[in-house]
Design a binder for this molecule. Structure first.
Ligand code: NDP
Ligand code: 8X3
Length: 252
């Protein structure tokens, strides 16, 4: 039988990469995207020869490129069963009065508009086939707002609302739409947020046991292995030390 196909955006690190490796272990053929071609090549090597692998290098902000590349997939790769809209990051963590416009553009353009461009390219095929699973990676920042989180939280609240909207509109087509909303996961996320400042990013995860990318990939695995009549619609996943976006029990 032909393998199912999963497309994972932002598979060059963190949650996306762990999800790609996990779905490959579940027999999926993998389309992995990101801007760093060398990282996608490494992922291909980790996946090994037994996994069919299609790496695609593009920036999700580039609307024309997204539509061109995803609109022209090789014939064998067109029937995508699982789309994981994962590419995203926070940029900066400043109060609203001194926030950087470039950071705001990046978060809205990547986390919200990028997710929409990719979805626009993939959803019509799922509608034609009347099947598919879309997993949008939101955040606890899409359920709550925390000080200095302003625009990142706004972008993830948008992801939460768009996920609910997709579920409503795609209901006639039997497409499953899932929101996964992690709390603190130790990945490259904080390094990006703090623009490569390792001492600042490491502090985010000190004094408690954060989630790791595989914890979220495990949820992805659970979601896609449910029978077709089951949609895990909305999941918040927190480290046990975290009770909310702002309450984290730290032993420092
Ligand atoms: P990482 O920084 O480790 O991974 C981010 C991924 O997104 C990378 O593969 C990166 O690829 C990709 N990406 C970023 N910008 C772009 C872009 N413009 N175009 C294409 N790809 C892009 O972080 P995480 O794994 O933690 O983040 C994954 C998702 O999880 C994000 O949406 C994030 O908001 C969310 N999240 C993370 C949490 C955390 O605490 N870590 C908690 C809650 C949600 P490349 O740089 O190669 O383009
Ligand atoms: C990432 C988790 O708490 O840094 O979305 O916003 S948090």
């Amino acid at each position: 039988m032909k393998n199912k196909i999963a497309l994972i955006t932002g598979a060059t690190s963190g949650i996306g990469k762990a999800s790609a490796l996990t779905l490959a272990r579940n027999g999926y053929s993998i389309i992995a995207t990101g801007r760093r071609a060398d990282r996608l090549e490494e992922l291909g090597q980790e996946l090994g020869a037994e996994t069919a692998f299609l790496p695609l290098v593009f920036d999700v902000r580039d609307r024309e490129k997204v539509l061109e590349i995803l609109g022209d997939l090789p014939e064998d790769w067109k029937a995508i069963d699982v789309l994981i809209n994962n590419a995203g990051n926070a940029h900066g963590m400043d109060p609203i009065q001194s926030g950087d416009l470039d950071d705001w553009d990046a978060m809205i353009d990547i986390n919200v508009k990028g997710l929409l461009y990719v979805s626009k390219a993939i959803i019509p095929g799922m509608c034609d086939r009347k099947s598919g699973t879309i997993i949008n990676i939101g955040s606890i920042a899409g359920k709550e707002v925390y000080p200095n989180g302003n625009v990142y939280c706004g972008s993830k609240h948008a992801v939460d609302a768009i996920t609910d909207g997709m579920r409503l509109d795609l209901n006639p087509f039997g497409i499953r739409v899932v929101g996964i909303h992690p709390g603190l996961v130790e990945t490259e996320f904080s390094l990006v947020r703090f623009k490569g400042d390792e001492s600042r990013s490491e502090k985010v995860y000190q004094g408690f046991e954060p989630l790791v990318a595989q914890d979220i990939a495990d949820v992805v695995e659970f979601v896609v292995t449910r029978p077709a009549h089951v949609t895990i619609a909305d999941v918040v996943v927190l480290p046990t030390a975290q009770a909310s976006a702002t309450v984290v029990k730290k032993d420092l």
